[in-house]
Structures are given as C-alpha cells and as structure tokens.
Design a protein. Structure first.
Length: 218
C-alpha cells in the first residue's frame, strides 16, 4: 500500500455573490462589459457557473453563452462562446481576452445585431471564494476513496474545477495528488480526462470513484 508523504487535505468552498455596476443590454454592451469587469466576474460566469449548473449535461455551461442565446437569440455567437474550454486556461485574463475577442469579432461582422436591445440585460456578478478546511485527509488511496465518497458538490467543484486556476496547471487537485503524492501517473491522467462538460458534478464524482476502485483492485 502506497502512503503519501504529504496527505490530501479535503477543502470546501462557498461563494459570496455580488452584483457589479456593469451590465450589458446589447451585444456591444456585453463586449464592453467583458473588457471592463473585474476578473471575479469572469470567474463567476464561467468556472463558477459550472457549479451552479451542475445538474446540466446539455446546453451551454457559461452564463455569457446562455444569455446570448436566450436574451439575444444569437445561437452562432452562443456556440462560439461555449466552445471556449475553461480547462485550457490558467489565467482569467487570458479567458477574458478570448471571450471579448469572440464577441467583438461577431459585432464587427454583424453590425446589425451589435446594438440590438436584448430581451433582458446581462448583469455582471462577482464571486468571492471563501475556503474552509473540511477536517478530513487521506494518505493512501483507500483513505482517499472514503473521503471522496462523502465529498460534497461544493468540495468536488473546488478540487476538480476551480483548482486549475489555483494550481496554474492544466490539471486538478486529485490528479496532482495521485501523481505527486502516490506516484500513480496513470490514475492521474485518467482522472484528468473526465469531461467536465458532458458530466454533472455527481456523475464526474461517480466516474472518479470507479477509477479509484479499479486502481485498488488491480
């Protein structure tokens, strides 16, 4: 049985949400809002929205794409915004730049839609993350399995999705610990391949439990 020198510490996170003074009533307004809002808004409407819509396996996973479709009826732009994979971003500034670029290019190419009033405004909100130790840790894969089984959605989201920004790596806390704590590179890679877009948080957790069970049985 492999024992990690540094245990996996279970954390959870809650988010305080505030409505900023920035809103968009047109696609051009959305473009300007993306340029001027704080990074906390970019996080709230992309990374954090995956947690809020954890039960969805269809539709768009970020709030910008949802609004563009529902309030502006511009499916092609919504699809382009949704196509930006947050797993590829290590900096919110880079994600903001690409979101703004996609909207700006659409506005430039479709000037007749740029200033068309939306059915309802887009209000830029901000998330302030508050992390709390959960009081549980694991040094072996068996102990990790027990911790994972009782893990809340909020904690799973913290370790599996928003952790990518914290680690500044294209991975998650679980995979990082598997590889660097337990020297289980294969399990780390399989875990990182769990799709956060086609799975809910619950089904992603179930897939990870299955991967851990398979590793323990081998």
């Amino acid at each position: 049985m492999k024992v990690a020198e540094h245990p996996f510490h279970l954390m959870t996170a809650s988010y305080l949400t505030a409505v900023s003074n920035i809103k968009g009533t047109t696609l051009a307004g959305l473009r300007d809002g993306l340029r001027n809002c704080r990074e906390a808004s970019i996080f709230h409407h992309t990374f954090q929205s995956l947690g809020r819509h954890h039960f969805l396996t269809e539709g768009f996973s970020n709030d910008f794409a949802q609004w563009v479709l529902a309030a502006c009826n511009r499916a092609e732009l919504a699809e382009a915004l949704a196509a930006l994979d947050i797993r590829e971003y290590l900096q919110l500034a880079d994600l903001r730049r690409d979101l703004e670029r996609v909207v700006a290019e659409f506005c430039d190419a479709n000037t007749q839609y740029a200033e068309q009033l939306a059915f309802e405004p887009f209000y830029f909100c901000e998330s302030l993350e508050v992390t709390v130790p959960f009081g549980a840790e694991a040094r072996t894969l068996e102990e990790f399995r027990q911790v994972l089984a009782g893990m809340s959605r909020a904690s799973f989201h913290y370790h599996f999705i928003s952790s990518r920004l914290r680690l500044q790596l294209r991975t998650n806390d679980f995979s990082y610990w598997f590889e660097n704590g337990l020297d289980m590179k294969s399990l780390a890679q399989r875990t990182n391949r769990i799709d956060i877009y086609t799975n809910t948080l619950e089904s992603a957790k179930e897939k990870l439990l299955a991967l851990v069970d398979r590793e323990m049985a081998s």
